[in-house]
Design a protein around this ligand. Sequence first.
Ligand SMILES: [Zn+2]
Length: 230
Amino acid sequence: MINKARTPRKVASGVFMVGGPDLTDPRDCLCYLVDGPQARVLIDCGAGPSAAAILDLAVKAAGKPPTHLLLTHAHIDHAGAAAEIKRRTGCRVVIHADDAQVLATGDMKRSAADWYGLALESLEADEVLAGDGVIVLSDGDELSILHTPGHTPGSVAAWCLAGGQKVLFGQDVHGPFAPAFGSDIEEWRESMQRLLELEADVLAEGHFGVFRPADEVKAFIEEQLASHQE
Ligand SMILES: [Zn+2]
């Protein structure tokens, strides 16, 4: 249930947590909002039932509804509310091509919707990324999107500078991996190397919370890599 007293949690300058298990719904991933002068980007949107609650927190954080919804992949705990948030805000929905079909068809298995006992409402994204991408936040400032396949083929991570800190949105950096998701461990290892090279100061993760400073970010990613050695 929506607790009206709930407030967005500040992660960094202009970056807020606006959804998650103890904020909106136990089935939601951690959802973040990047509030820039030219774009307000919601990063993932939870499993679906809490669409209104997440939107409420996003508006509390930025003063206005999101202009963009970046989906880090098409799993239902990240993308379940996409169609409803699109209806309510008209925001631009961005997803990588390799996960776009899962969303467009409401694929129950690839989206893990069957695990959650929920249905994924199908949605055609507005922008389908063929590789990396970018969302302009202001003149000279942007949210960079990196294609980081592994957990799913179309998984992406994103990063931006916030108050001089490099904030990385690395949803589902930890996996899990399953044939039903189209996971690829080798690709995932390469993706994690890309994330390590960023040397981010803050990792805003999809299920395990927010890690800082840079040493903690590095340690968390390296732990994940170590736990999936063959
Ligand atoms: Zn996932």
